[in-house]
Design a protein around this ligand. Structure first.
Ligand SMILES: Cc1ncc(COP(=O)(O)O)c(C=O)c1O
Length: 314
């Protein structure tokens, strides 16, 4: 069959749906935020409500921030990264995984990804470990959860901290566990193309409420929640999310489960069709990845590869 590009008939007859998807829920949310009369989180309730809802959905305690890059930077700050500390990152990711490490004073150490899932390959970790290795950041590439079993076990053996880059993985599940169930920090992005969006935005998911107050102060010029006396307790910056973004994200979260289920059910068809194109190899799947929300249909044109002994195509 000739591709449309080569003069064949286009398979798709309708335009792709516009993104970000939105309807009256987002409109009502924005009006609610406007009418609230308090447009920053300190006076309003939208961001706080969004944090509660997002945290409950993912099994952790959420702190909303300005974007995913800042969520990574703030997380590394919370982990106490020191200048010269080494942080292992996948070589294949968006640049923020690496530049956040540099902004926090660390040294990003890239490693290869698994050729089927495109997530950090745990088999590479031993080769790059040094006495300065402090953190490893698996990226859940395009929604496929990295091998958290092997990465978690390796990190525990070597006293290295795991910090998930979940910028693509809203609602993802691995062996029955949600992103918050792994007991590590995780960074999410709500940038315009992401699975949930307010144009910009991010969240740092903490495994429990234990360090929420510290994280809050660090994202709010060092001020504790409710501060009215300019008490600047910690080194920090301003990463506060606006009430408009919080309101929109509450609407977006309300649609996530249904959208994820729909993308999962359609991935089999899309993946099979992509595999018919010579040289195009779609992302495969580790069977432990129970829910891949499919942020992207990754199908680079590379030499054909087949899933390993346990991985499948979907
Ligand atoms: C893997 C990954 N990490 C981090 C980020 C940074 O998120 P943001 O664009 O919200 O700063 C992105 C954004 O595209 C991403 O794809």
């Amino acid at each position: 069959m000739a591709l449309a590009l080569d003069g064949g008939h286009p398979v798709r007859r309708h335009d792709f749906p516009a993104w970000p998807y939105h309807d009256d829920t987002e409109r009502a949310a924005l009006i609610r935020a406007v009418d609230q009369g308090q447009w920053w989180r300190v006076g309003g309730s939208e961001v706080t409500s969004f944090e509660a809802e997002f945290g409950e959905y993912h099994g952790g305690t959420a702190l909303a921030v300005t974007n995913g890059t800042h969520a990574l930077e703030l997380g590394l700050e919370l982990l106490g990264l020191r200048p010269g500390d080494e942080v292992i990152v996948p070589a294949f990711t968006f640049i923020s995984t690496s530049i956040a490490v540099q902004r926090a004073g660390g040294v990003p150490v890239p490693v290869d990804v698994d050729p089927v899932t495109y997530c950090l390959d745990p088999a590479t970790l031993d080769a790059v470990r040094t006495p300065r290795t402090r953190v490893v950041i698996p990226v859940h590439m395009a929604g496929h959860v990295a091998d958290m079993d092997a990465i978690g076990a390796w990190a525990a053996r070597h006293d290295v901290v795991v910090f998930q880059d979940a910028a693509h993985a809203h609602g993802a599940v691995w062996s029955g566990r949600r992103i918050g169930d792994f007991g590590t920090l995780a960074a999410f992005s709500f940038q315009n193309g992401k699975l949930m969006t307010a144009g910009e935005g991010g969240a740092l998911l903490l495994p429990s409420a234990e360090r929420f107050d510290e994280a809050f102060a660090r994202h709010s010029c060092g001020r504790p929640m409710g501060d009215t006396t300019y008490e600047h307790r910690t080194p920090s910056s301003n990463y506060r999310m606006t009430e408009f973004a919080g309101a929109v994200l509450r609407a977006q979260l309300g649609r996530l489960a249904e959208q994820n289920a729909r993308r999962e059910s359609r991935w089999k068809t899309l993946s099979a069709a992509l595999r018919e194109i010579p040289g195009v190899v779609p992302q495969g799947r580790d069977p432990r990845c129970d829910l891949n929300p499919h942020y992207m249909a990754m199908a680079p044109s590379t030499p054909p590869r087949t899933p390993g002994p346990t991985a499948t195509w979907w």
